[in-house]
Design a protein around this ligand. Structure first.
Ligand code: 5AD
Ligand code: SF4
Length: 489
């Protein structure tokens, strides 16, 4: 396959194509669907994930690596021989949650001395060997680029040694590993397209925990997406810390694949496959990407575009490398090229040196954009970051909290306004699961990534359903199905 151009690969794949597929998820027990490995070694692992979608996807790679080595999986940590926590360091609170979880696991270790406990991911990378000193229960510490070494680390640890591998890599993308889908509704899946981050945002620990940015082989991405389609999946979300800087050179043809190019290749895999991506960086988001989105009905009209602050002075201190005007210009480009596109964002309240005027500018940019949705945080100083080294964390907690509450209150109003705009409209919903409140209702997302709930009738998980929107809150839409959608046909 490697001698073909990428567009030829897509055509090739289509011939064989048999098209018939946050915060509240933190630490949830994953639904494990994979069969016992053929070379089952009699030992089982249990894995919990915290943090971003990338981390959840990494757990699926870890599961694949361990399965290949003969480990079985279990959903019950009490019957596991190896308990793994895939951790997050983004805010202090995220690390506190892990430490509390380790306390609980301590009881298991008291009862069964031979159980091994491994800490994976960002917290492992950040704390390295010191994690072994701080948390006596931990046997194995593995950073995000060292998962291939897990079977070896586990074997050594079984002999009684504490093991650490936190080497970061410039090449590792796990591109050849087919993730074991853990959090499985059989409808939506995440596909990592790159790893690491080269942006040095002053507040952020990610460049230290996930290392340098590198892009995954485009062939392996397209092949993974095709495989998902063959298995009946209906939606993929392409993941990267900064998807707009995706860049991969085909070693045979020297063809350079940009994010816009990759998006197109993935969209071409099937017109019935929805394509999403996250996260975009305002400094890099090109009109090219927007035009590609406009050309394909199956690329969802939804962009997560973190603003962080509405104040150019704060953005400068954050080292975001764009200012308020640049950001608003990018929003204007989205509105021009993709008039129906929903935009969501991330906002940090109370960054170092943030004045009341700076905060007012954040409220005003929120008001100008009227985001469909936002993730909003109080600034939390992270050791080793540019901000921790350069600036005083000088906004008092009460002020941070007060500002955050204002931001949240305003966002709730905007989310409601945005959802009200859908009243009376028909939206195409990809059904993901029964609604939380009632088994008689189904729910799924609209193209704009809004959660839509409607009576089940005879519709199935994985159907595309046209739903007439009749009610809404700031969090979701509710309506009634008017029929199966002919989306992509
Ligand atoms: N404090 C608060 N929020 C943070 N984020 C990243 N680092 C911090 C921090 N130190 C937020 C940013 C980012 C999101 C993933 O988390 O808004 O976009
Ligand atoms: Fe948390 Fe960031 Fe690591 Fe994701 S990349 S797990 S958000 S610290």
């Amino acid at each position: 396959m490697e001698n073909l151009t990428l567009s030829q690969v897509v055509d090739e794949l289509k011939i064989h194509h048999n098209e018939p597929l946050t915060e509240d998820r933190q630490g949830e027990t994953l639904v494990l669907d994979a069969a016992e490995p053929k070379n089952f070694n009699g030992r089982r692992f249990y894995i919990e994930s915290y943090g971003c979608q990338m981390n959840f996807n990494d757990s699926e790679i870890v599961a694949a690596i361990l399965q290949q080595d003969g480990f079985g999986m279990t959903r019950n940590y009490e019957e596991a021989d190896l308990i793994l926590l895939n951790t997050c360091s983004i805010r202090e609170k995220a690390e506190d949650t892990i430490r509390k979880r380790l306390r609980v696991l301590n009881n298991v270790k008291h009862q069964r001395k031979d159980v091994l406990v491994g800490v994976l991911g960002c917290m492992a990378e950040r704390l390295k060997t010191s994690l072994l000193e701080q948390e006596r229960i931990v046997d194995i510490v593995v950073g995000p680029d060292a998962y291939r070494d897990l079977p070896n680390l586990v074997a050594k640890s079984e002999e009684g040694q504490k093991m650490v591998n936190v080497l970061l890599s410039r090449e590792e993308t796990y591109g050849d590993i087919s993730p074991v889908r853990l959090d499985n509704n059989g409808v939506t899946a995440f596909v990592s397209i790159m790893r690491g981050c080269d942006n040095m945002c002053a507040f952020c620990v990610v460049p230290f925990t996930r290392g340098r940015e590198r892009s995954r082989n485009a062939y392996s991405i397209v092949a993974e997406v095709q495989d998902l389609v063959n298995k009946g999946y209906k939606e993929v979300t392409l993941l990267g810390q900064n998807v707009d800087s995706y860049k991969w050179e085909n070693p045979d043809t020297k063809e350079m694949v940009t994010f816009a190019g990759l998006l197109e290749l993935v969209a071409l895999v099937s017109p019935r496959l929805r394509v999403r991506f996250s996260t975009s960086h305002p400094k890099d988001m090109t009109d090219d990407v927007l035009h590609t989105m406009a050309r394909y009905d199956n690329i969802c009209k939804y962009i997560h575009l973190p603003v962080q602050s509405g104040s150019s002075a704060v953005l400068k201190a954050m080292n975001r490398t764009y200012d308020r005007e640049w950001y608003l210009d990018r929003v204007a480009a989205i509105r021009r090229i993709l008039p129906t596109c929903a935009i969501s964002t991330d906002i940090i309240a109370g960054f170092c040196g943030e004045t009341a005027e700076n905060h007012a500018e954040t409220l005003s940019i929120q008001d100008l954009v009227k985001y469909e949705m936002a993730y909003m945080f109080m600034y939390s100083e992270r050791p080793g970051t540019l901000a921790a080294r350069r600036y005083a964390d000088d906004v008092p907690t009460e002020v941070k909290n007060q500002r955050l509450q204002q931001i949240i209150a305003q966002q709730n109003e905007h989310s409601l306004i945005r959802n009200q705009q859908d009243l009376g409209k028909v939206v195409c919903v990809l059904v993901e699961k029964p609604s939380k409140r009632s088994n008689d209702d189904l729910c799924g997302r609209s193209d704009q990534n809004k959660m839509v709930i409607f009576p089940r009738e005879n519709y199935q998980i994985g159907d595309y359903v046209d739903v007439l929107v009749e009610h809404c809150t700031s969090a979701s839409l509710r309506g009634k199905a008017i029929g199966l959608s002919n989306f992509g046909q």
